[in-house]
Design a protein around this ligand. Structure first.
Ligand SMILES: Nc1nc2c(ncn2[C@@H]2O[C@H](COP(=O)(O)OP(=O)(O)O)[C@@H](O)[C@H]2O)c(=O)[nH]1
Ligand SMILES: [Mg+2]
Ligand SMILES: [Zn+2]
Length: 309
């Protein structure tokens, strides 16, 4: 994606093009942090607005505002998609903090999908079990056990205790770009406020500047953590479609299938009902979690439904 010739647009002054990073997005309105640290409200140059929070961009400065001329090559992009549309979470993310909680009880399905999304995008997942102070935490731990056994790091927090939260999470954030993702009411905003003091107030200002009103939950935003690292806060979600994944991508989201797959009799085995399937054998031996295999078959079925349109 590096086309140097694009950086000097005809009829535009090349001197006014600077680099920046998208720190918030609301529809076609973007806030971009420029190289000098200042913030600039920007609009996409064309009709399409496909820049995501976390993107490094080239901005053409125009008075108080700016236009996003192009998006520099992305390391990765985390997004979800259903049959109608896709929704970008963020770009250039190192770590995905999947926030879950016992009350309301998190959805296994959504947490599993977030994990698959992370692995297929090349992002390191970490599960944050928040509200660990509540009695339901033991049930939540049991539900997370299959994921923990896969080697996914699990950190327990009580976001209302900001000192303890900072001790637990600040070391994980340092030197990385992390994305906070989770269903509504899991405690993302409370975690964010513990990690980036004053983030709540800043969010309101931003949202108003971007015309998003006071309801901060519709906007994704990147924060600089004072102790080091970038933290992206995103609105809660109720769905996590992965329609964009091909079957071979989906399998990459299930690393525990990799070794058993070597025993499959058929090279094009889909690990659902084929005879001589190594994955089904491992499932039967209890080495693969039934929930994880069920999620895998749901994702494959969604993918097939898409392909029959
Ligand atoms: N007991 C307890 N309550 C929490 C914790 N974290 C957040 N909450 C509460 O849960 C509710 C939802 O939190 P919020 O941060 O708005 O969730 P978000 O929708 O994910 O941003 C609020 O009433 C918080 O005070 C926690 O660790 N323990
Ligand atoms: Mg929130
Ligand atoms: Zn198989």
């Amino acid at each position: 994606m590096s086309h140097p010739e694009h950086s000097a647009m005809p009829s535009r002054d090349a001197n006014t093009s600077v680099r920046g990073r998208v720190v918030s997005a609301h529809g076609r309105h973007y806030m971009v942090e420029l190289e000098d640290g200042s913030l600039r409200q920007c609009y996409p140059r064309g009709k399409r607005s496909d820049a995501a929070v976390g993107d490094y961009v080239v901005v053409n400065l125009q008075g108080e505002e700016g236009s996003i001329e192009r998006i520099l090559e992305r390391r990765n992009l985390l997004y979800r998609s259903d049959e109608l549309r896709s929704k970008q979470f963020a770009a250039n993310v190192d770590r995905l903090l999947i926030v879950v909680a016992p009350e309301p009880m998190f959805s296994d399905d959504l947490a599993g999908r977030a994990l698959v999304g992370a692995w297929t995008a090349g992002i390191e997942p970490i599960i944050v079990l928040n509200k660990a102070d509540l009695p339901g935490v033991e049930v939540a731990r049991q539900r997370l056990e299959p994921l923990r056994r896969l080697g996914v790091p699990l950190v327990e927090t009580n976001a209302t205790d900001s000192e303890a939260t900072r001790r637990a999470l600040l070391p994980l954030l340092k030197g990385h770009c992390s994305l906070l993702l989770g269903q509504s009411a899991m405690g993302k905003s409370t975690l964010l406020n513990a990690l980036v003091p004053g983030a709540g107030a800043a969010t309101q200002e931003h949202s108003q500047a971007l015309g998003a009103g006071r309801h901060t939950t519709t906007t994704t935003r990147l924060y600089r953590v004072p102790e080091g690292g970038d933290l992206i806060d995103s609105p809660g979600f109720q769905a996590f479609g992965l329609y964009h994944l091909e079957p071979e991508d989906i399998v990459r989201g299930f690393p525990e299938f990799h070794k058993p797959t070597e025993d499959c009799r058929f090279y094009n085995c889909t690990h659902r009902h084929e005879p001589g399937c190594g994955v089904l054998a491992a499932l039967k031996r209890g080495e693969i979690s039934p929930d994880r295999h069920a999620l895998y078959t749901r994702l494959l079925a969604e993918n097939e439904a898409r392909n029959t349109y």
